[in-house]
Design a protein around this ligand. Structure first.
Ligand code: RUQ
Ligand code: CUA
Ligand code: CA
Length: 601
């Protein structure tokens, strides 16, 4: 280790070190372009389609973004935990039922569902770190169809679906150690009683199958390729509540969860039940978990596409740890020491956060502090660990990125079909790469060609805060699954005949929308009535949408072909209020409107 890196460690043990890493002036273009020629292109000519879908989490916006890749053209924003006045998410009754009253979220990680180690085109799963929730998105409509609150957890961060044989389970980690039953009792300032939770969700029913508790925190998540293990990094093995406490130990853990043993415990009733949820003790020695020591405050864990290795990034250690998944059975059997599952610990650079793969035996690790992607060979790292050679390194190439990279992801890299073509570097800071737009600058998602020996930077793409993570999925796995319209009967209250029904002071207006008319021309109610509009778009032409905006009431939404949406509100503003179609659906679109008449009491 160089003197400079030792100095970094000294700084790293103070509370401000990572922030200092952020604020320091970014290095000026050392290797802006390499001598190597790019063999891939990022432009997609007019009229042609992208080769991949990219599913980005939306960070603080609480949404999920769908882009064509490699063009990076944003095709759709899927509202998840946010209010979206275009689609009416957070406004309609259907979406309110998904949101549970909280229209804010912090989405970090989007992962599609799997069959046999590759994507099956059924669902996407995404977490809400701010409010401890999981959402499921149907790939056929690319809309949220189920959500779940995860009790007993905080900072619900890492999320990963089972990869084989199919996604029956999805796991989530709670990053913040906290009281399990957090009801304001006992000595709440005593952090020694807090813990982490590995939550197992049934993907089909979206119910919690069980929660495994740990004394340590659990950050990023991954599953293996055999359906036997899930993984969680832990940076707070100290059980600290302050930053200096969490940095006290030299090593923390990769926690491995043994699904065979967890299934056996669930089947035999070997658990306690809290709030209807089976809760299993995952402490060391219970047999359900293995605690593999890794250097200091690790962050990402990513499994290689051959299924053989879990790579853990050191964050405040300049190393990555390579864990051999095939010898974990021996760790659980107690025949080898957990530390011996680490078969290599190469030094790659400062601030390693996440790792991705090309399917040819190389790993690509993001270095937050060095602002680099480092390419290194996994087998070479293992060989050099076994027999070190002076001056030899597994590092194959380095690419400067601009700047402060968090996640990095290569095309199909989280599947057994990793194709080693493109890589994205999701950089938190874009200093001077784009026009200035005020104090909050865009992030910089940099597209890299990894098809050759050396990485080649292809393009910079501005991104709104803070995507964190992305999965890049071959188009053929998704495109055929996406429908042009839902079925009318998908909504139990679909309207084919418009009508107004009154029950006491409740009014239910059921209406069709067919270009260019709403099925009702006026609806009369009394001030204070509870009014529900149920609107079905009865146009079956693909992409012919109608909007519903009720003037002065803060209500609007779009209804896609054959879709039904409803809204309920109190008619508390007397007068004539126009309801108009908000999407330009017809030459007479402007005439597509009607009145809500509210008589003063
Ligand atoms: S975690 S980079 Cu969710 Cu790394 Cu953000
Ligand atoms: Cu319907 Cu405009
Ligand atoms: Ca620690």
């Amino acid at each position: 280790m160089t003197a400079q890196r030792l100095l970094f460690f000294a700084v790293a043990t103070t509370a401000t070190s990572l922030l200092l890493g952020c604020a320091a002036a970014p290095p000026q273009d050392a290797t802006e372009t390499t001598a190597t020629e790019a063999t891939l292109h990022h432009e997609v000519p007019p009229g042609e389609l992208d080769e991949y879908y990219a599913f980005f989490s939306g960070g603080q916006s609480g949404e999920v973004r769908v882009a064509g890749f490699p063009s990076m053209r944003v095709l759709k924003r899927i509202p998840v935990w946010n209010l979206d006045s275009a689609t009416g998410w957070g406004i309609t009754n259907e979406s309110k039922a998904m949101l549970d009253g909280m229209v804010t979220g912090d989405t970090h990680h989007v992962h599609p569902s799997y069959a046999d180690g590759t994507y099956d085109g059924k669902w996407l799963f995404v977490n809400d770190k701010a409010n401890n929730r999981l959402a499921r998105i149907r790939i056929d409509t690319l809309e949220v169809d189920a959500t779940l609150n995860i009790p007993h957890t905080q900072g619900t961060h890492g999320v990963f679906p089972q990869r084989a044989p199919t996604t029956e389970w999805v796991v989530l980690n709670s990053e913040f150690r906290s009281p399990f039953e957090n009801e304001g009792e006992g000595d709440m300032l005593d952090a020694s009683s807090y813990g982490g939770v590995h939550t197992i969700v049934d993907a089909e029913s979206m119910e919690i199958a069980g929660q495994v508790t740990t004394p340590v925190n659990l950050d990023l998540a991954a599953t293996d390729y055999s359906g036997r293990y899930s993984f969680a990094t832990s940076y707070n093995s100290e059980g600290g509540a302050t930053i200096s406490e969490m940095l006290a130990a030299d090593r923390d853990y990769l926690v491995v969860f043994d699904w065979q043993r967890i299934k056996a415990a669930l089947a035999s009733g070997d658990y306690r039940t809290v709030d209807g949820i089976p809760v299993l003790d995952g402490s060391e020695g219970t047999g359900l978990t293995a605690y593999i020591p890794v250097p200091k405050n690790p962050h990402g864990v990513n499994v290689s596409p051959d299924g053989n290795y879990a790579v853990v990034c050191g964050k405040v250690s300049p190393t990555v740890s390579v864990i051999d998944i095939n010898i974990l059975a021996d760790v659980f059997a107690g025949t080898i020491d957990p530390a011996d599952a680490v078969v290599a610990e190469p030094e790659v650079g400062l601030g390693p956060l996440h790792t991705t793969y090309d399917g040819r035996g190389n790993a690509y690790t993001s270095l937050f502090i060095d602002s680099q992607i480092v390419k290194w060979n996994i087998q070479r790292a293992i060989d050099l660990q076994a027999s070190p050679q002076e001056g030899e390194t597994p590092v194959v190439d380095r690419l400067d990125v601009h700047y402060q990279v968090g996640h990095t992801m290569a095309s199909m890299a989280e599947t057994k079909d990793a194709d080693g073509r493109y890589l994205l570097s999701l950089n938190k800071i874009s200093k001077d790469r784009f026009l200035n737009v005020g104090p909050l600058k865009p992030e910089n998602d940099q597209l890299v060609d990894i098809s050759g020996e050396q990485m080649v930077l292809l393009a910079d793409h501005a991104a709104y805060v803070e995507p964190h993570d992305v999965t890049i999925v071959r188009r053929d796995l998704i495109e055929d699954k996406v429908v042009h319209r839902v079925r009318l009967e998908d909504h139990p209250d679909a309207v084919t005949q418009s009508s107004v029904e009154r029950i006491g002071n409740r009014v239910i207006a059921r209406m069709t929308a067919t270009a260019p008319v709403f099925g009702l021309q006026e609806v009369e109610v009394n001030e204070g009535d509870e009014v529900t509009f149920i609107v079905t778009n009865t146009d079956e032409i693909p992409d012919l949408a109608h909007g519903f905006a009720l003037s002065n009431y803060g209500i609007q939404f779009i209804v896609a072909p054959f879709e039904t949406k409803s809204v309920t509100f109190i008619a508390d503003k007397p007068g004539v209020h126009w309801i108009y179609c908000t999407t330009f659906c017809h030459a007479l679109h402007l005439e597509m409107r009607m009145r809500l008449v509210v008589r003063a009491r």
